[in-house]
Design a protein around this ligand. Structure first.
Ligand SMILES: Cc1cc2nc3c(=O)[nH]c(=O)nc-3n(C[C@H](O)[C@H](O)[C@H](O)COP(=O)(O)O)c2cc1C
Length: 412
């Protein structure tokens, strides 16, 4: 069968190596011809014969054994593919990649290839959490290596946590997305990349309630769905995430610290307490005004209230964006506009000294408030990106990947 793409699959030494067999089948199904390199470690878990049978290609193992002059050496292997995929990626091979060690065929190919490299790590949770692995991962990410997973779950060794190989179909989908549109950031809400491990994110979400009296309040239509989805995505990509949420009907996301607040003043106070952070996303629809002196008792109809005296609420985004000690390196605001969306969002970007604004249209002719889809523009000081309509979860995921890329560019 003729395939459209060529993938060089490096199978390294981990218990999940058997899943590479299923992965080859799935990659073939998306028109990828797969050639495998099996490491010395990998050979203990899967045989060259099974990889060769499934891939229908010779399996390469040894750096120094070219029996046939038609066989490909390491340079040819590194050139003759659309991308290199390491799955499973052992802690050992990841460490060697970071150090530039080239003591076997797989690591030599990885050192000389100019093709995109994808690694799907798989290891025990303590190996994954070890500072050496974290450091290797961050460094490789900043050099442009793409990580797929790992997932969280039960391990072969009986422990629980991050380190499970992402499911083969998740890996194949990720590769397929990349092959179809290599320039696009990867959008795959199933994948947890850990790209933001070691970073702290604070996200505000939902509306605020400003009391008129103990039973009535002023608010807006924000459901909190977009802010919550962003917090979930940042956490899924490894950030220590704090969600400062106004009153919503949404369940608290897992693995995220949630600080529940009611008013704008409480929201600002909660954000301040969480500083310093690497990124702040102000997705909450903060009520701009509060009632100056809310009644301590329920107002009676007979009191014939004719007007409410309003005071301006603190501007949380402007406050966090201003130049000061502990200003987060990345401050992102949201602009929910009914008209002149981009013009108003750009104004907000400059007036509030934030780094990016995510702009979206709200109002009667949109389903932005309360709906589960969104169409946004990401605006910074130099450019505007228009994203196609997608689920709020996908907006969160795409934004989290952008944040990870930006923070890794800022790395000294
Ligand atoms: C039973 C067993 C299971 C292992 N599973 C893993 C694993 O899942 N991930 C990992 O990074 N290392 C694992 N190791 C350790 C690696 O096999 C070892 O570091 C090896 O040197 C990796 O070689 P390679 O990266 O060249 O393939 C395991 C070792 C044994 C004995």
């Amino acid at each position: 069968m003729s395939h459209k793409y060529r993938i060089l699959l490096i199978v390294s030494g981990g218990i999940a190596a058997y899943k590479s067999l299923e992965l080859i089948r799935l990659l073939n199904a998306i028109s990828c011809d797969v050639t495998c390199i099996l490491t010395r470690g990998g050979k203990n878990f899967v045989t060259p014969l099974s990889l060769a049978s499934l891939s229908e290609n010779k399996v390469y193992e040894d750096l120094f054994s070219l029996n046939d002059e038609n066989e490909m050496g390491h340079i040819e292997l590194s050139k003759n593919c659309n991308l290199v995929l390491v799955a499973p990626g052992s802690a050992d091979i990841i460490a060697k990649m970071r150090a530039g060690i080239a003591d076997d065929l797989a690591t030599t190919v990885l050192l000389c290839t100019k093709k995109p490299i994808f690694v799907a790590p798989a290891m025990n949770v303590r190996m994954w959490e070890n500072a050496a692995t974290r450091d290797n991962l961050q460094e490789l990410t900043s050099r442009g290596v793409n990580f797929i997973g790992p997932d969280k779950g039960e391990m072969a060794c009986g422990e629980y946590g991050y380190g499970r190989l992402s499911e083969p179909n998740t890996i194949a989908n990720y590769i397929s997305d990349f092959l179809i549109s290599p320039q696009e950031p990867q959008i795959n809400t199933e994948v947890s990349s850990q790209l933001l491990f070691g970073k702290k994110a604070v996200v505000t979400s939902g509306p605020t309630h400003e009391a008129i009296d103990p039973v009535r309040y002023v608010t807006n239509h924000s459901s909190g769905q977009q802010g919550h989805a962003i917090a979930q995505a940042l956490s899924k990509h490894g950030a220590e995430t704090v969600l400062v949420s106004g009153p919503t009907n949404l369940p608290n996301p897992n693995n995220i610290k949630v600080v529940n607040v009611k008013t704008a003043i409480q929201m600002l106070d909660a954000c301040e307490k969480e500083m310093p952070a690497d990124v702040v996303v102000c997705a909450a629809a903060v009520t701009d005004w509060r009632i100056e002196a809310p009644s301590k008792q329920k107002l009676k109809k007979s009191e014939k209230v004719k007007s409410l005296k309003l005071s301006e609420n603190p501007d949380i985004l402007a406050h966090l964006g201003q130049k000061r000690k502990n200003r987060p390196p990345l401050v992102i605001g949201f602009a929910a506009e009914t008209e002149d969306v981009i013009k108003n969002a750009k104004k907000k970007l400059f007036e509030k000294s934030c780094d990016w604004v995510v702009a979206n249209k709200v109002g009667a002719d949109t389903n932005t408030f309360g709906g589960d889809r969104n169409k946004v523009q990401l605006i910074n000081k130099t450019k505007t990106e228009s994203w196609p309509e997608m689920s709020k979860a996908d907006v969160g995921n795409r934004l989290a990947i952008k944040v990870a890329e930006h923070l890794s560019d800022l790395k000294p």
